[in-house]
Design a protein around this ligand. Sequence first.
Ligand SMILES: C[C@H](NC(=O)O)C(=O)O
Ligand SMILES: [Zn+2]
Length: 584
Amino acid sequence: LINDSQAIQDFLLDYNTRAGLIAYDLTEATWNFNTNLTDYNQNITLDKQLKWDQFLQEAASNATGYDTSVMSEADKRQFHIIKDIGISAQTNETKLKRLNKILSDMESIYSTAKVCLNSTNCVPLDPDLTKIMAESRDYQLLLDVWKGWSDASGRKMKDLYPEYVELSNEAVQLLGYTDTGAYWRSKYETPTFEEDVLGLYNQLRPLYEQLHAYVRRKLKAIYGSDNFPASGHIPAHILGNMWAQEWDNLIKELSPYPKKPTFDVTDEMIRQNYTALKIFQTADSFFQSLGLIPMPPEFWNKSVFERPADGREIVCHASAWDFNNGKDFRIKQCTVVNSKDFNTAHHEMGHIEYFLQYANQPIAFRDGANPGFHEAVGDTISLSVNTPEHMYAIGLLKESIEDKKSDINYLMSMALEKIAFLPFGYLIDQWRWKVFRGDITPDKYNEEWWNLRCRYQGIFPPVARSSDDFDPGAKYHIPANYPYISYFVSFVIQFQFHKALCDEAGYKGPLHRCDIYNNTKAGKKLSDMLQLGRSQPWPVAMKIMTGQTKMDAQPLMDYFKPLINFLKKENGEDIGWQPNCPSY
Ligand SMILES: C[C@H](NC(=O)O)C(=O)O
Ligand SMILES: [Zn+2]
């Protein structure tokens, strides 16, 4: 084994130089494909992907020739990450190419899927179906769109998924992982990770049960109780969202005090002629007010902020891109001018800020402290941005909160996004981890998906599902192969981060009204953590932010306490649902 320290540094320098160049090539090609889904661009991307995989294989195998016992902790960590190459480990080129092709095809199927509303009008998810699901209150139209979307997306990739699972497991097993789920969970470097997230879910479940009970009662009044089974489940397609994952589009019907403001700024944004660009400029000015790094010129010149009008097919699901050259960072978002996309812009910009802050780290460390951290940055900022105080400060609200009822309305609008999401954020990877482990076989994919959705979310499919359906494929992150537990982790830790930054800013009031705008002291605490990237185990980053090392649901529960007290009074005993799906 090579133990000469100069040789070790030479290896790392060579790796970082070559990895940067090859990763840039792949990212550029992938960007071109994602913003123009042609076969030509797919082929170029798959070629570059193979080159990147082969570079990783070569580097990983060379790295095994070095003696880590003589290295610093940091170099030891770099070598570990350089060897931990996931599905790129598949040395059988035919299998590796097939795996990459399946992944590319599944994401393309999802991103180009359309639903025909009539014989001549077939429309995509973004913006058309999303808008119908958010705004229509027509039970049957919602049902047609909901079923149509699953038929157009999930069904079309049903047979690809089992093949992907098999090839992905085989690849990571070459690294010693039992299955793909084990590889994904290893990013948290926490042996008790599954128990930890289950513990957080159980702690937060009572809050969700209260919100579910209140929303169910309100929706029964709107749609009639005939559509609500005795089991207590809510039909999956009437929550204002294609996946029933966030319910804030129902705020007008669900606001506890309808005579008081709901704090939804969409109408005002439209009245003020907000554009997609202005949304991102507004977000950038908040980040800069904290003393964080401004979005660089390439960001403004090369990002895609709206769906292109030239009819080309693109991947509309919003994403943030690091081109691995320390200079080029972009967002791709099919922005619509509304409060939802205003928040998404902050979410994606949070990823870009993290990229900027750790740009000087070696490539192996240019990642979140754990995947949940990367998802939490932008959302933490949004907890300040969404406050009535802040919306008033930037002229999107004519008045801030002046009484308890308005305060409850605001908490409800936040709960419909943040509490509603928790069981969804938790269950997606419960399903996938079981699939990867072989506990859910392809013939049971859809049935087990709905068993989890019924059990955890308390919703059910409004039309009987058949074994030809593949409803998991109707949710972006499944065909796009993005782990999802990172969002559940993010929805918990973003309240820890928010509390830590508000404490740092010397804020003394209720957590849900804290706005750290212009507070560079809070900004410094955040950037101190972001600069670490993945150079240290995430509890170190957590300690820098919050003073302690654990994920903790208490700040989230404290934030929503006034609302939960209100809901307990409102709901009384009318709460809960049967764990199993209702029968038709
Ligand atoms: C919560 C998650 N956010 C994201 O993809 O950026 C989603 O939209 O499902
Ligand atoms: Zn994200």
